[in-house]
Design a protein. Sequence first.
Length: 432
Amino acid sequence: MNQIIKGFSKLSRGEKTEILKKHFHLPENFSEILETFRHPEQQELFDDFSENTLSNFYLPFGVAPNFLINDKMYVVPMVVEESSVVAAASRAASFWAKNGGFKTNIHNTLKKGHIWFKWDGPKSFFEELPEGLEEILREAVTPLTVNMEKRGGGIQTMEIIPLDGEYGIFQLQIGFETVDSMGANFINSCLEEMKEPLKAYFNTNKDFKQYGDTEIIMAILSNYTTECLVTTSVECPIEALSAYSAGLEPAEFAQKFKQATDIALSDTSRAVTHNKGIFNGTDAVVIATGNDFRAAEAAGHAWASKDGRYRSLSACEITDNATFRMVLTLPLALGTVGGLTRLHPMAALALEMLGNPSASELMGIAAAAGLANNFSAVASLVTTGIQKGHMKLHLSNLLKSLNATEEEQKAAMEHFKDETVSALKVKEFLKR
């Protein structure tokens, strides 16, 4: 049925479910299924998070213990549906905790926003910021920035940059420090407030006016947070890798591991999957703490392409003194204040489990989780293969999807203890 549903957002939840059942021939128990996953006490809070909320979509809230990061031990909350992610992170965390742990370095925490405008004059006018413009724009947003400045944040930088290849299109780029706040609303509000003063400055200044009126195109923050950057690394003697080498000599394992990582640095198809493995861990922490995983991924994938070709975000080194080292650098703009970080009960709990970290500390934790999963994934690839461990953990889900009884599940777990798991083999086992 292609009929438009008018005024849907104004309907009650019950009316919404009924009209959806009617229009899309949904099952009779559609409403009951939705009701099952509504929270008996906190649903009013959850309903306000988004538009047209009918129910809640649950994801597992797991933890990976034994993360030693900058000599401090953490239990890391992870929200992810993929069965092997938390297990892989936990195993890697325990291994690296015995070998010095994860070391993180926060390069900067600056976020940026842009006001895009059209003006037909020469680019040379903007080799330096026009006189008096910064003062005018800062004054325009003083009511918005005063509290942020008290916390050590606010507007840090300002410059005008021409758009490559497009005559007459420019961006006013502004760097913001938002301290522990996620900062999206703060940045966008400041940019919106600056649009008219910026336009008025150009249209009343004779030097600029001679080239015609200035037109504001848009104002928006950028999720490409290249100056909100974190590096995390691990290193150990090559001999220590025997715990992961699955029968290979540690030196051979280390060389194969480096080769696999080097392939991801050179081949885009491999790099995409390699980086997905990093975000298995990073995203799980970002989601658990109520942050924006879509922004984190967008920035990370853009950073992977910064030299014009999509590459691995991590690298592996083997030094002359027989030391194995992995390094991961990510643009990662996170917050511990604002958004859902404190509003969502589970996000607030996740931050409490982490010791209520600062935003920069959380950046390091999320990056360490990404490197942990990356290490485990590549280690599996160059030894037993990725499917052996993954499918063992996936076995429980397979059995449930095939409606196996409790007795059948127990028997299958025992049978596949030393067998490779596949959907076909599990089906055949249950038939027998």
